[in-house]
Design a protein. Structure first.
Length: 130
């Protein structure tokens, strides 16, 4: 439901300056769902395709309860979809565009680290990372 609301808001108001307070609140909640390292690990683990909770637990090094809790939150925000098959539940990414957003942020952080390393090197500190 939230995903559909965010999609509608984005189609109606692609410019953040034109977004209502309610729309901005929903966007902030979407970003909050991404603001947890375990949830990012789960999303990254799903890049290769669907996985069940047991597989995600093993990949992420977390308990089943912890992974399940994070998956439930990601599902509420429309980032993952679940499908039951017999006794197993499989999860997959709902919209692969989530990776474009994550890659954009990761690339930005990498550039910031590179710039800091160059500045440190120029100041005679730690050598820059290549």
């Amino acid at each position: 439901m939230l995903r559909l609301e965010v999609e509608w808001i984005w189609k109606e108001c692609p410019d953040m300056e034109a977004m209502s307070d309610q729309a901005l609140q929903q966007v902030a909640q979407y970003f909050q769902a991404l603001a947890e390292p375990n949830r990012l690990r789960i999303l990254n683990a799903l890049r290769g395709g669907e996985r069940n909770v047991g597989e995600l637990t093993e990949i992420c090094g977390s308990s089943t309860a912890n992974v399940s809790r994070h998956l439930a939150l990601l599902a509420r925000h429309g980032m993952v979809t679940r499908e039951g098959r017999g006794t197993a539940v499989y999860y997959r990414i709902t919209d692969p565009a989530i990776y474009a957003l994550c890659d954009l942020v990761c690339g930005n952080i990498a550039r910031q680290y590179e710039q800091m390393a160059v500045v440190r090197q120029q100041l005679g500190g730690v050598p820059a990372v290549e």
